[in-house]
Design a protein. Sequence first.
Lengths: 400, 400, 370, 370
Amino acid sequence: MIEHNKDLDVFRADVSKWLKENNPKDPGFILPETFMEVGTDQQFEFLRDWQRKVYDAGYLGMAWPTEYGGGGMPQIYQDVVNAEMAKQRVPFVPNTIGLNWAGPLILNMGREEDKQRYIKGILNADDIWCQGFSEPEHGSDLGNAQCRAVKNGDDYIVNGSKIWTSLGSYAKYMILLARTSTDGDNKYAGLSFFLSPMQVDGIEPQPIKKLTGEYGFCQTHFIDAHIPADCMIGAQGEGWQVAMKTLMFERGATGGQAGGLSMMDINMGDVLELAKRARRNGKPALDDPLIRDELVQLLIEERSNRLMNVRAKIPALNAERPNAISMSGKLRSSELKRKFTQFALSLQGANGARYVSAAAVDGGRWQRSYFNSFSATIGGGTSQIQKNILGERVLGLPKS
Amino acid sequence: MIEHNKDLDVFRADVSKWLKENNPKDPGFILPETFMEVGTDQQFEFLRDWQRKVYDAGYLGMAWPTEYGGGGMPQIYQDVVNAEMAKQRVPFVPNTIGLNWAGPLILNMGREEDKQRYIKGILNADDIWCQGFSEPEHGSDLGNAQCRAVKNGDDYIVNGSKIWTSLGSYAKYMILLARTSTDGDNKYAGLSFFLSPMQVDGIEPQPIKKLTGEYGFCQTHFIDAHIPADCMIGAQGEGWQVAMKTLMFERGATGGQAGGLSMMDINMGDVLELAKRARRNGKPALDDPLIRDELVQLLIEERSNRLMNVRAKIPALNAERPNAISMSGKLRSSELKRKFTQFALSLQGANGARYVSAAAVDGGRWQRSYFNSFSATIGGGTSQIQKNILGERVLGLPKS
Amino acid sequence: MDSLIEFSEEQSMLLDTATDFCNSRSPLDKVRTLISTEKGFEIDEWNAMVELGWLGITIPEQNGGLGLSMADVVPIVEAMGRQLMGSPFLTTTLASQALIHGGTQVQQNEWLPKIATGTIATLALQEEDGDWDLHNLSAIGSINNDSIELTGKKTFVLDAAVAELLIVSISLQGMPALVCVPVDAIPAKQIQRETVIDETRRCYEVNLEGVSVPRSAVMANTCFDVIQRASLLLLSAEMAGGLASTLNTIVEYLNTRKQFDRLIGSYQALKHPAADILLGLEAVRSHVYHAATIYDSGDKAAIEAALHMAKATASEQFAFAGDRAVQFHGGFGFTYDCNAQLFLRRALWSQYQFGDEKYHRQALAPLLLD
Amino acid sequence: MDSLIEFSEEQSMLLDTATDFCNSRSPLDKVRTLISTEKGFEIDEWNAMVELGWLGITIPEQNGGLGLSMADVVPIVEAMGRQLMGSPFLTTTLASQALIHGGTQVQQNEWLPKIATGTIATLALQEEDGDWDLHNLSAIGSINNDSIELTGKKTFVLDAAVAELLIVSISLQGMPALVCVPVDAIPAKQIQRETVIDETRRCYEVNLEGVSVPRSAVMANTCFDVIQRASLLLLSAEMAGGLASTLNTIVEYLNTRKQFDRLIGSYQALKHPAADILLGLEAVRSHVYHAATIYDSGDKAAIEAALHMAKATASEQFAFAGDRAVQFHGGFGFTYDCNAQLFLRRALWSQYQFGDEKYHRQALAPLLLD
């Protein structure tokens, strides 16, 4: 073990050095916080180029098989890279759906030809992926997807609409959950899962303006779009199971993600740093006893989340409800972020009312972050639904 | 108007003087806060005697008709008495169900003989009343009452059980909601309402120990109890409507109550006064900036409640949702009381952990008050149900 | 004993008129259209308000106004808040309050009749550090013979681009002072639009460099107290209106949108917070109309307390409602198309003008506790 | 990099053993029976714990103990907390910590072997004004030749009536000091039971008037810091256990009780707060086992912060859960028969011992912010 650790330390130093030397300079425009907020071509190209550079250096997909473009190394190396990227706060790698959702899924249950076809393009950002789960009318109720895929010769003909397709305008592929049957009394059994091409007649991603005033999402319309039948992954009618497996990968519960940083981190450390220099009512914000207490409360909450995630890995300390911590991760982190970004405005006195501009504190980053925080408290099952899930699946309470 | 006000001022001075001279001395034992907490004979007799004295002085039921024992005066005189009693913090008058629920109901829809029979005894505390609405298995779901009353000659034979019958051991009468029919698909239509005697074979009030450690409630068992059929008020099957009317009287929305003080008032003024003399962590509690801010928040909330109740009387300022304020009264006041009594413990440092005893701050009144505060957040429809009611009946949202 | 809340026939009529006016003149579609315009309001609406006499409500009759009280402005501002109207009405009314209570006879005679007939005026009080205490000033006036040379910057100056008069706070010989600055005295390029979170508002940074006013521009009375009180009253009233519409927006969606085959309003996770918002609204409106009722009573301590409570409650409840409005609209709430963001943005803007809830609670502590 | 939380095989076995022990020895029926007894615990249980070696866990081997760490006591106390056991185990363990870190060689050799074999010892630190700062003392020791005469009163002395040794804090020549007082030195009538909110606890007021101890009773080290740390660790662990059972009690009722023909657990108004309590529990346990992990690391700042966080979180969450437990049991919750009150009372007792959440947050502020 010591020998191994020593290697890792050397490796960590190498990574650290490479990142320091290659971390791209401030592009002169405001960067998005996650792949869901890529609103301009400029932003997209900057981030795509960065991902390519990271991959070319060998720091992405390190634990994925070499035959498809991965590094074939133990996961621990990728973990080191991820940690160093977070530590140095380099930009994130934008092909998130490919790296964390589609890639692990294809490696896990795709055919050999799928792996050959898709994996490398995911890693080097040649092929951007997007996600087609949610629909405009059914928000959190994924199982009720109505987007219709009807078998027609060697194709499926797709009609309907998907929403929240981040990078939709840039994507070459979509992981698509569509309804191939309306029979049976189980709505889940009628769903199938596709690795769908996006550059097909009848698939039209239409950018949506977010509450921040920026773009970043699409609504994707399907109008008699022909998708080759062999794009289906899993059997017809097994789409729900495949989607659930995909979400397991997304949540990182089972490993398998390609790695890399997937978002610009904002945490309580940043809020504290802001509190130390911001002025509230003309005085240092940190002088105010109520501000101090709110900061302490938020720091405790952040610490709680971190310690929970550590404890989750110790089975003897999770005997009673083994899934409580992992199943609450999104709820806890997203609600905390909403709270602390909202709180950050109150450190700024009257300037809390500014928005993205040079005159605003930190260029208005906090106001924008607060608005963007709703993407996580709403997307992937709202916080309200997360609490249902905890109540029902973890505590065993009856359905609402 | 000025003439009238002058009379009132003279009257107020008289009342004030009388109360000062007749306010009973500290009995040397801890008094209950409301009629729901009368746990000992000593407490009961002390309060009953006090009510009798108030009535004999002409200060109770002042707006009720003289022919039944009331004062026959305008309501404003009783209002003055109530306000003075509250101001001087005299003990409360304990026959609450009689004075505020049964009495107004009988005067409103009772037969002449009912009025002759019951009203005076309510006022002079000769006849204590209790309430039989809730049942052990159906808490807030009054309409689902299962206590059965079956017609048998000139009687109804009652079987079942009622809970939360305060003063049950002292009561001569009960207002009883019982099921006279199980037919029909509307559970409400099977209910009838009785002015039931309590000293009848087969009616057995059994005292219940409260979370405070004291007594004050009963569970009342009915085992083949014969109640004269002419005790029914309203027609058979109209019990739900009568009960709803009774609850309107209880809430004071329509007036008609006999008056007098119905509880020992504890308010934010008392908490503030406590904060001024209590020591938290060895220092004056009021020196602590977090304590100060919590106090301010609670004082604002108390003020909000008061101002809402004032505004509720101005139709032009309640055009959109005329019932919002009145229908939320119990929720607002009971939750505030729970909050501020709980907070009061935190003013006492380590002594917050004491309980009713000489060594405790204010004899442990605050700890007991906090525990007792749940009677109002639970009784008469839990706070959770109150929010349903606001959501559904005031905001027009669909049923849960 | 007078009632804690009184509401006159006059106020009631003003509330009805203003509600009708704002509903018809400022539907949310139009609010959205105006967001993309430079001025942020339409001159027709402004003229209609002038026509209705609203600009002159608190202006004395001898200056061409109606000589009524601030309590009569409250229902109008509440109605405007409901429709998120981005009108210079608020700031012009506050400027006229400053003139009435702080202006010299000459200043009053010059400006008040103009305002009553539609001249826009505004206040330039805030500075870059976002200090809510109006006494802390870095903008300075230097006396130079008969004129005063100004330096420094003012921020969050509402509607400065269309105002004819700016009432500017400066430090003059070490003391705070207010000066009347006609917009002509400021080079146009020194009035720069600011990006604020509420897109229905127009705020400007005003650079005072090189601006010179005659000594007679100094106001007779540096009436920060009056301005503060008036601002808290009207801002809180406007927030009460915004909060009411936020609740309506939520309720409408909860009664329309289905998830898992049920109207989402049937879920207590949404219904109960909606009830909480309702109670917040009822509280805020009560504080606002109480503050309006006692506003001219002369009982300073009671007025201060009432206004701090009104703004504290309004800030907390409106920001909460705006936040929940976005959340409860789910995915749609995350879009610019959803009106929830309009309310959230307005809530945040209002929360951070003239002190947020923590600030006002801290101001209340000595009044209530000591 | 060591993990923030480690949990050894040994701890895991202790947790299992203690859980079994407490479940079988301390069902809630029995807890209720013991409430009405004078001592509040059964000697059989105590002897069984001694038998298991629990009293000697942290006592050095040369004094007849196991020489293990406080981290090994944590799982035991957590298990006891789950069953609301009212045992002198907590206070005796804290007293032995005081002896280990503050006692003279003689005191250690005298008392530690006894404690390891079942002698009950306790701490007398608190005074009438409820001050959580242990340094502020009004109990005084006056030196009189070779003895020290004590005056003053100590409060909240756990299990004083059954303890053989009291470790008492006094002011001695103007400095805080700890003295070992055998119970024989105190007249029985000067040990009076106090009425505390948690009826499973036995607290006593100890009047020191006329009590005299030899100078050798003074401990070598006034180790308030050790006592404070140990108390926060074990109290928080016990609270984690109590909180876990509170949640279980709530969940069981929500899965049993029907209202309006539905199990009440199907209502989000109850389900969501239950989920909140679950998350509170997971947080508290995480803080507790983190604090246990680093307890002996020597990193003082980290240990202090971890303990303040553990107690702050435990106080807030347990009090919230206890309050909600009563509320969610509806009418039944209002009765003494319902177990919700047992948990609420325990929660409140624990919240106000050694500082509540506000106190610990205030202690954290300089550690985290400055």
